[in-house]
Design a protein around this ligand. Structure first.
Ligand code: TXA
Ligand code: MG
Length: 350
């Protein structure tokens, strides 16, 4: 039975106690809900992978209450400190080399010698991290390969009965996941566009490279696998017209003729669109099943600022589902993942 806890002193104390006991607690951040475990506890971190059915080679972000604690577990450098000062607390994750004496479970690094660290801004997340007194490893609180949750109800829909508790934290204001930036080497590499724009990052540390997922080499960030963030219904991007047998995810003035429409932002505001993206995909996915619509057509979103993160998630949602064989081949290249870790129930993957 999964407890639904209120974001008051009693609920936060209970959530922190459950985390310290090695149990899993989902909580809200300003980006999306995270599925938290005591990051120093191997068993607890391993339980995250089981609950999400997440491949064990896909590493987790470790959340901290403050910058000093976050950068003490990694080999920080000048760029990392400048970014931390500019954007923490906030929706930026930094990937850096683990310190040899780092107390974080190796499972959180998924076999890499780096660790992803972040200081979230959401007041409930911060209160929980302070009360727990331990760093918290937390991927998005969805089943692997599905759309990230932005409400406590979304979390319960996917993980009820599999985790100890969900800490009700209201809506997630940013709505897309954090920006993941590898600053472990002299040239910073963007691994995932997210809540902090590349433009804002480049204002602080200069030019940033963008990682392109190679087809034959090991991926620099396992989460770059295209299959992530997919609804069940097929998604068609850059739609300039829409058919009655399609659901429409609109941006700005909606195209006429759709079976049903969800508007990300009538006034074409990217921040509003990001905050409504995952809710919109979920709602249209559900409606498409009921109304027997064939696809979700998505209107173009400008590829700048937060639009980059939005388009990244939409491209993944639209990417063809990979067959099991592809997963096996890819997994075999850079992990010891087994059948269990590549199962994605409720999602067409083979
Ligand atoms: O906004 C967010 O980032 C949310 C909240 C809960 O913090 N978390 C989140 O976690 O989205 P997750 O696990 O769903 O996505 C983390 C991404 C994955 O693509 C993973 O591969 C990448 O970060 N990542 C984590 N550790 C890494 C590392 N050491 N090196 C490279 N990529 C890493
Ligand atoms: Mg995720």
């Amino acid at each position: 039975m999964t407890e639904l806890l209120r974001p008051d002193a009693v609920g936060i104390a209970r959530a922190a106690a459950l985390l310290r006991k090695g149990l899993l607690v989902a909580f809200g951040t300003e980006t999306v809900y995270g599925l938290g475990a005591d990051a120093t506890n191997d068993r607890a971190v391993a339980a995250i992978f089981a609950a999400k059915e997440r491949p064990r080679f896909n590493p987790l972000i470790c959340h901290y209450a403050d910058d000093d604690a976050a950068l003490a577990d990694v080999i920080a450098n000048d760029k990392a400190w400048r970014l931390a000062t500019a954007f923490w607390p906030g929706p930026l994750t930094l990937v850096l080399a683990r310190r040899p004496d780092c107390a974080i479970s190796l499972f959180a690094s998924g076999g890499l010698d780096t660790l992803a660290v972040r200081v979230p801004e959401h007041c409930v997340a911060r209160a929980l991290l302070l009360e727990a007194g331990v760093p918290v490893a937390a991927p998005s609180a969805n089943r692997s390969g599905r759309v990230s949750p932005t409400t406590a109800q979304h979390v319960l829909q996917e993980l009820s009965g599999r985790i100890a508790a969900v800490l009700e934290s209201g809506l997630c204001a940013v709505g897309v996941e954090s920006t993941v930036l590898d600053v472990s080497s002299p040239t910073p590499v963007l691994l995932r566009p997210g809540g902090v724009t590349v433009e804002a990052i480049e204002d602080v540390i200069g030019k940033v490279e963008t990682a392109v997922p190679p087809s034959s080499e090991p991926l620099r960030s396992p989460g770059m696998l295209a299959v992530h963030y997919a609804p069940r219904t097929h998604v068609r991007c850059s739609a300039v017209s829409v058919a009655p047998n399609e659901a429409l995810l609109a941006f700005g003035a909606p195209l006429p003729g759709a079976g049903i429409t969800f508007n990300l932002s009538e006034r074409s505001d990217l921040a509003e669109a990001a905050s409504r993206l995952f809710t919109g995909l979920r709602k249209l996915d559900e409606a498409a099943a009921v109304l027997r619509l064939e696809r979700i057509a998505v209107m173009p979103v400008p590829d700048q600022g937060l639009g980059r993160a939005i388009n990244d998630r939409l491209r993944r949602a639209a990417s063809p589902r990979m067959g099991r064989g592809v997963w096996r081949r890819r997994c075999g290249e850079w992990s010891d993942c087994d059948d269990d870790s590549i199962a994605h129930p409720g999602h067409e993957i083979g």
